[in-house]
Design a protein around this ligand. Structure first.
Ligand code: PHE
Length: 344
C-alpha cells in the first residue's frame, strides 16, 4: 500500500500542467471522487488494523498535496490568461484603417443634385440603350444632322438609314426629357443625371463614356429669365459667389434660342491661363428654351406651355472644381487619385 502511495506522489510531482485540458486531466486523476487518491482511501479497510493509522496519515497528506497542486495550477493558468489580455499596448501607434472614398464623379453628381433639389427639381432616370426617336427624332434633330453620324453614335442595331427604330447608346441624357414629358403633364421640373456614350478617341479631354446632368422646366410662362436665374443660382452655389457667368448664343436642334454658358476661370480668376486658353472663361453647359416642336412631339400644347432646358458634363465640372487635368483619371481606379477625395 505505501508503495502505491509513493508511486502516486511521484506521478503528481511529474505531472505537467500547462493547459486547461491538462489541468482537467490532473483533476480527474488525482482530485475527483473517482480518482486514484479516492480509490486508495477506499482500500484503506484492507490495511491491517495496526498500520491503518500511519497509512491513513500518508494518504491524507497525498490528498492535500493533490488539492494544493490543483489550486496552484489553476491560479497560474488564470493569471497567465489575464497577462495576455493586458499585453495589448494601448500606447502603440494605430495601423491606419483603409476605408474607401466617394468617387469624385459621385461627389459632384450629388452636389449638383442637392442644389437643384433645394429649388424644387426632382431627379429622373431613363435607359442608356435607346431608340433613335428618343435620342434624336423627338428632339428635333433633322434626318441629316451630323450628330447622328456613325462617328459620334454607337449604334447597337441599325434598321435602315436614319430610322426612328434604330437602337443606340444614348449620346446625351435628353432622352429622359422626352420620356418624362410623355408621361407627365406640365409642370415638369426635373434634372436627369446619367451615363452617356460617344464614339470619340480617348484623350485627356474626351472619353467615349462620360456623365451628364440635364435639367428641364416646363410650365406656363416659363421664360429665358427663369433659365438665367436658375443657372446663376446653380453656378454661385457650386463654384462660389464670386464666379462670373456669361451666356453665349449657340445652336441645339431641341432649343430655340440656345445659349452656351461660360464661367470665369476658377484657376486664374479671369486673368488668363492654359486651362481657359488665355480667355478667362470656361464653358460649362449648353442651354436654351425648349423648341415648340419638342413639346408637340411629347403631346404638350406648345401654345400653352413653354420651357427651358440645360445640360452639362459632370466630368468637366469635377475637373474645374478640383483642378483635375486629365479626364482619364476618373476611370483608371488609381487609389492615389481617389484617396484625395476622402472626406471631401
Ligand atoms: N444635350 C446637349 C448635349 O448633349 C446639352 C443640352 C441640353 C443643351 C439641354 C441644351 C439644352 O450636349
Amino acid at each position: 500500500m505505501l508503495e502505491r502511495v509513493k508511486e502516486i506522489y511521484q506521478e503528481i510531482e511529474h505531472f505537467d500542467v500547462q493547459t486547461k485540458e491538462q489541468l482537467e486531466q490532473f483533476r480527474l486523476r488525482f482530485v475527483a471522487k473517482k480518482g486514484v487518491v479516492a480509490e486508495l482511501f477506499d482500500s484503506l479497510k484492507q490495511v491491517p488494523q495496526e498500520d491503518r493509522r500511519a497509512v491513513g496519515q500518508e494518504l491524507n497528506s497525498l490528498k492535500d498535496l493533490a488539492q494544493q497542486r490543483f489550486t496552484d495550477y489553476k491560479a497560474t493558468l488564470e493569471n497567465s490568461q489575464e497577462e495576455t489580455a493586458s499585453a495589448v499596448d494601448l500606447s502603440l501607434p494605430v495601423v491606419p484603417n483603409q476605408t474607401g472614398a466617394i468617387h469624385p464623379l459621385s461627389l459632384v453628381r450629388q452636389q449638383i443634385i442637392h442644389i437643384f433639389e433645394r429649388i424644387g427639381f426632382s431627379v429622373a432616370d431613363g435607359p442608356e440603350i435607346e431608340t433613335d426617336w428618343y435620342n434624336f427624332g423627338a428632339l428635333n434633330f433633322a434626318d441629316n444632322h451630323p450628330a447622328r453620324d456613325m462617328q459620334d453614335t454607337f449604334f447597337v442595331e441599325k434598321k435602315s438609314e436614319g430610322s426612328a427604330a434604330d437602337v443606340l447608346l444614348r449620346t446625351h441624357t435628353s432622352n429622359v426629357q422626352i420620356r418624362l414629358m410623355e408621361r407627365q403633364k406640365p409642370p415638369v421640373r426635373a434634372i436627369m443625371p446619367g451615363r452617356v456614350y460617344r464614339n470619340e478617341a480617348i484623350s485627356a479631354r474626351a472619353h467615349c463614356l462620360f456623365h451628364q446632368v440635364e435639367g428641364l422646366y416646363v410650365d406656363r410662362n416659363v421664360g429665358f429669365k427663369d433659365l438665367k436665374d436658375t443657372l446663376y443660382h446653380f453656378v454661385k452655389e457650386l463654384f462660389g459667389k464670386d464666379t462670373q457667368i456669361r451666356f453665349r448664343p449657340s445652336f441645339f436642334p431641341f432649343t430655340e434660342p440656345s445659349a452656351e454658358i461660360d464661367i470665369s476661370c476658377l484657376i486664374c480668376k479671369g486673368k488668363g491661363c492654359n486651362v481657359c486658353k488665355y480667355t478667362g472663361w470656361v464653358e460649362i453647359a449648353g442651354s436654351g428654351m425648349v423648341d415648340p416642336n419638342v413639346l408637340t412631339n411629347c403631346g404638350i400644347d406648345a401654345e400653352e406651355y413653354t420651357g427651358f432646358a440645360f445640360g452639362m458634363g459632370i466630368e468637366r465640372i469635377a475637373m474645374l472644381k478640383y483642378q483635375i487635368r486629365d479626364l482619364r483619371l476618373f476611370t483608371e481606379n488609381d487609389v492615389r487619385f481617389l484617396r484625395q477625395f476622402e472626406g471631401a
